[in-house]
Design a protein around this ligand. Structure first.
Ligand SMILES: [Zn+2]
Length: 175
């Protein structure tokens, strides 16, 4: 209980019930913690459905293979925001280039990896059979690994090391 409200409102008046009502409204306004992943998954699933509908020749989910998933991932690259240097670029392998360059923007490996994970789950939640899941196809796994290796070399970022480096950050530096 807030000590200030108890001081200003006499306990005999019965007005104290207003303060409890207010605090209940405040707590019910906070969003449930589970929905963000689910929302993102639903959005991704809708995007993929839209991609299938616009596909030429038309494509249904049941005829969708790993190759079509790769096509979809490459299509998404045009909306990417991650600079991936080509080997001839002077900034190839530099995590923080000092100047702009004409290298293409791509979807970051981490985004694609997470996206494929969400779509793989969504496929089965929407009635797809696990053994027919195109997002779990070997070709998709290999493509993601290839993208990861390519981007880590081009950007000078090792995704494994980056993840490990975060842990000792809370400890004092070694002597
Ligand atoms: Zn470049």
């Amino acid at each position: 209980m807030d000590p200030i409200t108890q001081e200003t409102i006499p306990s005999s008046s019965g007005i104290t019930t207003f303060t409890t009502t207010n605090s209940m409204i405040g707590s019910s306004a906070s969003p449930p913690p589970v929905s963000r992943y689910e929302n993102q998954k639903r959005r991704d699933w809708n995007t993929f459905g839209q991609y299938l509908r616009n596909h030429r020749p038309p494509l249904t989910l049941s005829r969708c293979s790993g190759a079509h998933v790769l096509e979809f991932l490459r299509y998404l690259d045009q909306f990417g925001k991650t600079k991936v240097h080509i080997q001839l670029c002077p900034f190839f392998g530099q995590p923080n280039p000092p100047a702009p360059c004409p290298c293409p923007l791509r979807q970051a490996w981490g985004s694609l990896d997470a996206l494929v994970g969400r779509l793989r789950a969504a496929f089965e939640e929407n009635g797809g059979r696990p053994e027919e899941n195109p997002f779990a196809a070997r070709a998709v796994r290999l493509y993601l690994r290839e993208v990861r290796d390519l981007q880590s070399r081009a950007r000078g970022v090792s995704y494994d090391k980056k993840r490990r480096k975060r842990l000792p950050a809370v400890f004092p530096p070694p002597c």
